[in-house]
Ligand binder design. Structure first.
Ligand SMILES: Cc1ncc(COP(=O)(O)O)c(C=O)c1O
Length: 450
């Protein structure tokens, strides 16, 4: 197994940065202009994280590709960090949105589309009742509030190095076995160790110990971790998770926002999970803001029994634009015509091809790296073994190396997410797209070990 020469990495990065800047004069000029009105030159702080000296400004995106203002074409494996997993601007969603935009965008009144979407979600995930939010973050926050209300318990539990959106309670990690605010946690409203217990994924004993005091309202879990690389559940883990949560009266919130990559009914349907709540956002409206959260029959009855009509608009759940007509029209079209079983039947083999290509290059170049796939999502990590939990995955992260791989790829027409080494397939992703990535990945890795 070969080690990476840091000096070489540094000089390769400088070379790639020069190439990136030299080939993108129009993006550079727009970035300079943006810095005069946008904080840090970007409309949202995460966009500062791209590996280039500035983000490429986008001219147009369609299907699995986009073009920047300098005319470069990119194969998009970031896909708006899953928001555009449907491919950019899928035609069924676009026509539904065009039509609905002319018929009313938001009314604070329901349209029939809401029922169709609720029925579709019932069929996919098996949970009987649904509500809508604008983001998966909000859907998670509302689920947590409801779980606290129903159980009368103060705490929640998450897995070490999870990510569930900007939910205050989840910015907490373990240090020497104790909860502490996650690095970079900006202005936490309360110390998250007060609100949250944290255990490692794939550790049923730690889970049992953390829930035994019976003060945890809910476990908020991705069924496979996807935000610290991919960490798959070990055989029997989900059964243990469900048994222990039931034993201690803790509700189970399954966040399928990313794990929808496992198939049309997410990991829940693929593995017959039985959550009390289920959250799904990001691509549900083909990129139009929207998210859904569903409940079991029992949870629904508890919510209804405690509902207070007079105060329901100021109880901390919902939002003015949540469940708006435009996002529901987008969700209806996306669920019925775009993110279908047939689409997954195309996307999953593409992710298999991507994973095989990366694995082949890793083996050929004897790199201490690994690659994991979940449905139509795949990711490589800088460790020789696949991780068992968030800590193992997090320890294999290497910010400098990651940025080099991303920048080298961007300079050759490939976009990965700016956060780790994730690639997602859309229904329009082609074999040629995958093979282009395999070549670029191998070329980058080869330069590192040359
Ligand atoms: C698993 C998971 N849940 C929820 C969210 C939050 O989504 P949003 O940022 O759209 O609110 C994310 C975002 O990355 C996520 O990965």
């Amino acid at each position: 197994m070969r080690a990476i020469d840091r000096q070489r990495l540094k000089s390769l990065m400088e070379r790639e940065q020069q190439k990136f800047v030299a080939e993108r004069p129009k993006s550079a000029a727009l970035f300079e202009r943006a810095r005069k009105s946008l904080l840090g030159g970007v409309p949202m702080n995460w966009m500062a994280k791209w590996a280039g000296a500035f983000p490429p400004f986008v001219r147009e995106a369609r299907g699995s590709e986009f073009f920047d203002v300098d005319g470069h074409r990119y194969v998009d494996f970031c896909l708006g960090d899953t928001g555009a997993m449907t491919g950019h601007s899928p035609s069924a969603t676009v026509s539904a949105v065009e039509q609905q935009a002319r018929r009313g965008i938001t009314l604070m009144l329901p349209s029939e589309d809401a029922i169709v979407v609720g029925e579709e979600l019932q069929k996919r995930f098996g949970l009987p009742y649904w509500q809508f939010a604008l983001t998966a973050t909000d859907a998670n926050r509302f689920s947590i509030r409801l779980a606290r209300q129903i159980t009368g318990r103060p705490k929640i539990l998450v897995f070490n190095w999870c990510y569930h959106g900007t939910v205050d309670e989840t910015f907490v990690t373990l240090k020497d076995g104790a909860e502490q605010a996650r690095r970079g946690n900006i202005g936490p409203p309360v110390d998250p160790s007060v609100t949250t217990r944290v255990v490692e994924f794939n550790d049923p004993e730690a889970l049992e110990a953390a829930l035994a005091r019976e003060d945890v309202a809910c476990v908020l879990a991705e069924p496979a971790m996807t935000n610290v690389g991919i960490v798959l559940p070990e055989p029997g883990y989900h059964q243990a998770l469900r048994e222990v949560t039931r034993k201690h009266g803790t509700l189970l919130v399954i966040d399928e926002t990313h794990t929808i990559c496992a198939g049309a009914g997410g990991y829940t349907r693929a593995e017959n999970l039985e959550p009390d709540f289920l959250v799904f956002g990001k691509p549900i409206g083909g990129g139009v803001p929207g998210a859904a959260y569903g409940f079991s029959e029992e949870v629904a009855q508890c919510i209804i029994a405690q509902q207070n009509l007079e105060d329901c608009d100021t109880g901390g759940i919902g939002g003015t634009l949540a469940g708006n007509a435009l996002s529901l029209a987008a969700m209806r079209a996306t669920l019925q015509k775009v993110l279908t079983k047939e689409a997954f039947d195309r996307m999953i083999p593409m992710a298999e091809r991507w994973t095989e290509g990366v694995a082949r290059a890793i083996a050929e170049l004897e790199l201490p790296w690994n690659v994991t796939r979940l449905g139509c999502r795949a990711e490589y990590l800088f460790a020789s073994r696949t991780p068992k939990n968030g800590t193992e995955a997090h320890e294999s992260m290497d910010f400098e190396l990651e940025r080099f791989m991303h920048l080298f790829a961007m300079n050759r027409g490939i976009l990965l997410t700016p956060f780790h080494n994730m690639a997602l397939m859309s229904p329009m992703t082609s074999k040629e797209d995958i093979d282009q990535h395999t070549k670029v990945f191998r070329d980058a890795a080869k330069e590192l070990v040359a």
